[in-house]
Design a protein around this ligand. Structure first.
Ligand code: ZN
Ligand code: ZN
Length: 317
C-alpha cells in the first residue's frame, strides 16, 4: 500500500517577479487559484503541503530590503511596476485562510523572495538569508516549517537547509513531464510512484511524480477533444498505482495554474477520484512532513541512506 502527496507552490507575484515578460494570465490567477484550491481541498478533505513565499506574510514593505544580500535589482519589480500591486506582493489574508482551514494542511516554505537556490549566482549567504528571513516571519506568525520547496525546483544549497533545521524538500521528478509523461505512463506503462529517501545531508527527498499542469496549450485542447483530460487520466493512474503498490504518488502544482474553470474542473476530477479511492481502500494521503516522519522512523533516526539519484548529484552546488 502506498500513499498520495499533493504539494503546492504558493507565491502570488513572487513566482514571476524576476521574469522580463510576465505570463499575465498566471500572474493574475494566483489569488483565485489559492482560494479555489483551499475550497476543493476542504470539500474532499485532502491535506496538502503548501509551500509559501515568506514575503507574502509581511503586512507591508517599502521595497528596499537593505539588509537582504540579494543582487541589485532583485526587488525592482516590487519597487516599480508592482508598487501599487499589493495583491501580488502580500497575501496575509490568503495565508490566514490556509492556516485556519478545517483541513490539516502542512505549512511549508518556498523561500522568502523566490530566490533560485540552484542558480550559480546564488551563493551560500543569499540562500541562508532567504531561510533566515522565512523562519523569522513564520515565527512571528506562530508557525514553523519542516518542508521546503525549491523555486522552479532548482535544487541547491542543501547543506544550508540542513543547517537551518529543514527536514525535507521536494526533489526533481525522475519522470518525464507533460505529453511525454502521458506517453511513458499510458504507452510504456512506466510507474508514476516515487520512493522518498534520506539524502547525504540527512534531509528527506520527497521527489515529485507529476506536475499537474505540464500538458497545456494546443496539445491539451486537442487531446481533451478526443479523450478525457489526459492529465486527469494520468493522475488517476498514479492514484491507482498507490492503491496497489508500495511507494508515493506525489502530485504538485501552483495555485496560479488554475487560470480558468477548465483548470478547476481538472483539480475537482482528480481530488474526487482520490477521495473515492481512499474511501474504498487503505490508501492514505500524506503531507511531506508525514512522509518525512515515516521515512525517518523506518530507517532509524540516524539511518542515512547512501542512495543518490543522478539529478541530485548533478545539481550539487
Ligand atoms: Zn518587499
Ligand atoms: Zn515558485
Amino acid at each position: 500500500m502506498g500513499s498520495v502527496v499533493l504539494s503546492l507552490d504558493a507565491e502570488l507575484g513572487w513566482g514571476f517577479h524576476d521574469l522580463e515578460r510576465l505570463p499575465i494570465e498566471r500572474v493574475e490567477s494566483g489569488r483565485r487559484g489559492w482560494t479555489v484550491m483551499l475550497e476543493l481541498l476542504e470539500e474532499f478533505d485532502v491535506p496538502a503541503t503548501w509551500a509559501v513565499v515568506g514575503h507574502l506574510m509581511l503586512e507591508s514593505c517599502d521595497g528596499t530590503h537593505a539588509q537582504h544580500p540579494a543582487p541589485d535589482g532583485w526587488f525592482e519589480r516590487e519597487r516599480g511596476e508592482w508598487q501599487d500591486r499589493k495583491d501580488l506582493r502580500f497575501g496575509c489574508d490568503l495565508v490566514t485562510a490556509l492556516l485556519e482551514s478545517d483541513v490539516d494542511h502542512e505549512f511549508a516554505s518556498h523561500t522568502f523572495s523566490h530566490v533560485l537556490f540552484g542558480h550559480p549566482e546564488t551563493d551560500r549567504e543569499l540562500a541562508a538569508a532567504e531561510l533566515e528571513r522565512s523562519i523569522e516571519i513564520a515565527t512571528e506568525w506562530g508557525c514553523s516549517f519542516e518542508s521546503f520547496i525549491y523555486p522552479r525546483n532548482a535544487v541547491g544549497h542543501r547543506d544550508v537547509l540542513a543547517e537551518y533545521g529543514v527536514s525535507a524538500y521536494r526533489g526533481w521528478t525522475p519522470n518525464r513531464e507533460g505529453a511525454r509523461a502521458v506517453f511513458d505512463s499510458m504507452v510504456r506503462d512506466q510507474s508514476l510512484l516515487v520512493d522518498p529517501y534520506i539524502d547525504d545531508y540527512g534531509l528527506v527527498n520527497v521527489p515529485a511524480s507529476l506536475f499537474l499542469f505540464g500538458f497545456e496549450g494546443t496539445a491539451r485542447t486537442l487531446a481533451e477533444s478526443i479523450w478525457t483530460d489526459p492529465m486527469v487520466a494520468l493522475a488517476r493512474r498514479g492514484i491507482d498505482e498507490a492503491v496497489t503498490h508500495d511507494g508515493t504518488f506525489h502530485m504538485w502544482l501552483h495555485p496560479n495554474n488554475l487560470t480558468t474553470e477548465r483548470d478547476d474542473k481538472r483539480m475537482r476530477a482528480i481530488l474526487s477520484y482520490l477521495e473515492r479511492r481512499r474511501s474504498e481502500s487503505d490508501l492514505v494521503v500524506e503531507t511531506m512532513a508525514d512522509v518525512t516522519r515515516r521515512v525517518r522512523q523506518s530507517r532509524g533516526v540516524d539511518g542515512v541512506s547512501t542512495r543518490l539519484n543522478t539529478e541530485a548529484k548533478a545539481s550539487w552546488n
